[in-house]
Design a protein around this ligand. Sequence first.
Ligand code: HAM
Length: 413
Amino acid sequence: MNDVLPDEIAQWHHVERLFAETARCYGFREVRTPYVEPTGLFVRAVGEATDIVEKEMYSFAHHDESLTLRPEGTAGVARAYVEHRVHTREPVSKWYYVGPMFRAERPQRGRYRQFSQLGCEIYGDPGPGCDAELIDMLVGFFGALKIPDVRVLVNSIGGAEARARYREGLVAFLEPRREELSAESQRRLGSNPLRILDSKNEGDKAIVSEAPGLEKYLSDEDRAHFDGLLRALTALGTPYTVDPRLVRGLDYYTRTLFEIKGASEKLGAGDTLVGGGRYDNMIEELGGPKVPAVGFAAGVERLIIAGEPAAAGAGADAYISPLGAGSVDQALVLGRDLRREGIATEVDTRGGSLKSQLRRANALGSKVALILGENEIASGTVQVKDLLAHTQDSIARDNVVRIVADRLMSRSQ
Ligand code: HAM
């Protein structure tokens, strides 16, 4: 779990603001749901035989209730959609969220136990057009974040029937090779064989590379849906690769699956920036009506590692240096007057030498220092030192706020 110190916060604000702005342009509205949900929600929605539910949830009991720190956002947001009967008010809902998620994983670069996801979910649109639009939105967003070498992988896992048939086909292929599989995959053969396709074990990978792909198990409708997605991506000019062995670690997906990867030199093993897909059965399974859904989530820490650093915000544009204890009160008043004009201002109340005060002014990136000593107070003036042009002049106290505001304004133009 990480601390984000003030030096790093500009990166976070940059990513979060750009995402909120992008999502708004695409018609999404923000939703905020609790960090804690009943454990049963994740067991039902994410799936009992997934890594998340089997070993990564932070769960605790309170009285007779088992609660879990949310390991992902989709289940809680879908619960809120069902609970508030949102389908009765609008045929299509487009929601986005940003916030912390919790998984007890082995930490490494880009993989943490508390991490932040930004995500979008669309309810009520069954067609592949909105799947393509989500992917295209992400590619545009990553362009704005200046994330290089972005690769989009897509696949279709079909509906429940295709998945069941594929599961049988995969087990029939893997069963004769059972002894060659890792212990974990042998176990999965009984519980969740699709997850074997995602194994990191080299021996498993070699076997899996010869396994049948999902494609031939798709129904005609699944196939048409997937073709529609690929056609829309082509029309949008969004580069993609079909990866027939792409499966995802959560059980709720139907039809469209996608991942977006970044440069592995920067990200190491955690090079998956985004995971997403369609989950047309979840709303009904959570007790709602039959409403199709599609969405994605991206790891904010990973986007920060992969993107170009954002400029850190300036500490204070104006810096007030009172000289002598008698000028501090007047410095506080001047500071407040400047801030009322929207000027970020730091008043040095430490009482050090002018030299040490100006050193701190420079460190904060200040553009002007306002020096206020006993002489200035007596004569109703302020010394205004331009820290960039290295000039200094004496200005009447009554005019100083307006003049400093004008100077800073002309600087920023
Ligand atoms: P996910 O693939 O489990 O999908 O996570 C999505 C993204 O969250 C990953 O691609 C990664 O960037 C980030 N992430 C996951 N685990 C960690 C971690 N331990 N540390 C840092 N970053 C991490 C979901 O969570 C689905 N809810 C996505 C979705 C939304 N599908 C449909 N709608």
